[in-house]
Ligand binder design. Structure first.
Ligand SMILES: [Zn+2]
Ligand SMILES: [Zn+2]
Length: 416
């Protein structure tokens, strides 16, 4: 018989690691919810065109799309990132603006599996559609930054840039293209040919030939038009007023083509440079139109769950909890008492578990220990006869016999 494994580039998330995921998603959901963002669940696959209209020139669309033909002959693709799906849903349903959405969903890229790069990874993100107000940029960037802080990450750098707009970017691109044309031979292999197609991407290139050749390249931040400069000034002032630390990053263009104006990325100083991006995002102007809707500005970000947890590991924060339940019910009378007591405690809102299969007292206590329970509720024949249970503190070994009717109340008190 064949031995099945998770497909290349995918991984299972099992306990106790999965409990960290749960907590991370819950923290993010709470923080987003407090700011008026509501959950949007969109399909994991869309028509290929939904994604290809978003970023014709990006690697993820040109080379890494996880696309396929379904049995009806439709060309579909698994979502490579969150924004396009949310924008497609916005165009289809036309909710009131500003439309503030958050999501937690898997993303897919068909690429060579390697350390820290997955064919399926998971993202937490938000999108807001319908306003160009720079105060919203401040809110969105702060939400991403504060999420990293929530889980205790200390070494997070917020990089901020403006990519300008249709008024100022074309002229800058000409300037940059002319600059790069003079240094064509010095660029890396990947960019020698493609520099003219997407000159901004050369600035983002991490390979030495490109970083050397562009060391003194003209900066978009110096070529912004008046409205873009004002917008960016409001964003930086807003972040400063909220004590959100950031660094200007004139080379930051991010991987996707649709960004305009504010662009940002969160990097972890605890991770290797090759995979230190925790996530990022920015403002986009033409995306709603590209998917068939009316001109509507938007902004959003995506944070990589795997990356954030990897950074947490490197920093030694946000560990998986050592215990799965607070209470273990130990029953030496056959198991039905454990069913009744566990139900009673769970109904009272107390986390508890019990053993099955009529295990020995010793084996049940061992399970309690392995689960990291703080208390054991023990019931044997004498307790049943007396209408009591024995409550044992598993740290101190202290135990007391209490009336069965008081068990939920007393357990709650001891756990406090
Ligand atoms: Zn390059
Ligand atoms: Zn501009």
């Amino acid at each position: 018989m064949a031995e099945f494994r998770a497909p290349p580039g995918t991984h299972d998330v099992l306990p106790p690691e999965s409990s960290r995921w749960e907590r991370l998603v819950a923290l993010f959901a709470r923080r987003a919810g407090r700011a008026g963002y509501a959950l949007v669940v969109s399909p994991v696959f869309e028509e290929l065109a939904v994604f290809s209209r978003v970023g014709e020139e990006t690697d993820v669309v040109r080379k890494e799309m996880y696309d396929f033909l379904d049995k009806g002959g439709r060309r579909l693709a698994l979502r490579p990132e969150g924004t396009a799906s949310v924008v497609r849903a916005f165009v289809q349903h036309r909710p009131l603006v500003p439309f503030k959405a958050w999501y937690a969903a898997p993303s897919f890229r068909y690429e060579r599996p390697q350390a820290g790069r997955y064919r399926q990874h998971h993202q937490l993100g938000v999108e807001v559609l319908g306003t160009e107000d720079p105060e919203l940029d401040v809110e969105v960037v702060t939400l991403a930054w504060a999420t990293c802080r929530d889980i205790g990450l200390g070494g997070v750098i917020l990089l901020l840039n403006s990519l300008g707009d249709d008024a100022c970017r074309p002229a800058y691109l000409q300037t940059l293209t002319a600059y790069l044309a003079e240094r064509g031979d010095e660029l890396c292999d990947a960019h020698r040919e493609r520099a003219a197609v997407n000159p901004l991407r050369v600035l983002d290139c991490k390979r030495e030939p490109c970083t050397n050749a562009t060391a003194d390249a003209p900066r978009l931040l110096d070529h912004l038009c008046e409205p873009c400069r004002d917008h960016f000034g409001r964003v930086t002032a807003g972040l400063a007023a909220l004590d959100v630390p950031f660094a200007l990053a004139p080379r930051l263009v991010r991987g996707l083509d649709y960004y305009t104006r504010t662009t940002f990325e969160l990097q972890s100083t605890a991770l290797d440079a090759a995979q230190n991006a925790l996530g990022g995002g920015g403002r986009y102007g033409r995306l709603v139109e590209a998917l068939g809707g009316p001109a509507t500005p938007g902004i959003g970000f995506g944070l990589g769950v795997e990356r954030i947890l990897l950074a947490a590991d490197h920093e030694g924060v946000f560990a998986a909890p050592a215990s799965t339940v607070a209470v273990w019910v130990v029953d030496t009378t056959g198991g039905a008492e454990a069913t009744a007591l566990a139900h009673l405690l769970r109904e009272a809102g107390i986390s508890c578990d019990r053993s099955f299969d009529g295990r020995s007292m010793r084996a049940q206590m061992k399970s309690a220990d392995r689960a990291g329970a703080r208390l054991a509720v023990i019931v044997g024949p004498s307790e049943v006869a007396a209408g009591t249970v024995t409550l044992k503190d598993l740290a101190t070994g202290e135990q007391e016999e209490i009336g069965r009717e008081d068990v939920a109340k007393l357990v709650e008190e001891r756990l406090r």
